[in-house]
Design a protein around this ligand. Sequence first.
Ligand code: ZN
Length: 310
Amino acid sequence: MKFPIFLLLLLGGGPLFSQPPSAERITKHVNRLASDKMRGRGTGSRENERAAAYIAKHFKKAGLKPLGEQGYYQSFTAKVRRIVVPDSLRKAANIIGFLDNGAPYTIVIGAHYDHLGLGKQGSSLAEKPEGQIHNGADDNASGVAGLLELAQYYAKNDVKEPYNLLFMAFGAEELGLQGSRHFLNHPTLPLEKLDFMVCMDMIGRYNPDRGVGIGGYGTSDAWPTVFKGVTSDIKFFTDRAGNGGSDNAAFYAKQIPVLFFHTGGHPDYHKPTDDPEKIDAQAEAKILRLEIDLLDKAMNEPKMTFTPVR
Ligand SMILES: [Zn+2]
């Protein structure tokens, strides 16, 4: 498609097909993934597989290259360890899509898509969890929505960034980071080619008094340079630690710098009441805008070196 130059100027000169994070699409993704029909996306369930297929479909739509082991899929067996169940071994998968910019190094953007299902895999905080749908809208349909938004944004912005981007939806995080650990032990591209990892887990409950927390600030000496001068409509704060909270901890353990986005705990955490209508999609869109600004700045810097946080 060709556009006359005056039209480009009229449109502000920005990239024509780039779609900034949108609250409408975030809401759509969260409503879909965290609806009662999805029965809490428990590991090993048919609904967990449907969530995986939904993500793979959107990776394909964005034009990402499959970088799992069976197309976008990297399958593995997860194990329930926290409670005793007859079906402790469960089918799980990571969904992996690659934006290949022909660059030497790659940035990982990740979010887990599994949740607690019907409360039969441990770690529910409900009084009687068994049989109740744990929708997991904030934990972590919100992060998956963020992942899909960033994937379409970077895949369609007509800019060849100086880094490649690896988009990963992890399985079996709620069973103890099993998907991210599986990937790191069976990587589909060499780990020494990774620059850093960005994790989103629970980014849908923005609280203006607290702000969005960004962990991992101490995991590379490069982060202060990246954050310098970055502003946002939403309140944010940094935290040096990178070894807790979610799948970022598995990357940290492999000495890869991380950032971890999190809007904080709430009374619905790991309960059947973590529902889609409680998600603040407008604020989440602004958090993603902030992530894009940070990623763009980080991509102007050389490959980062890891620093352990004491
Ligand atoms: Zn989570």
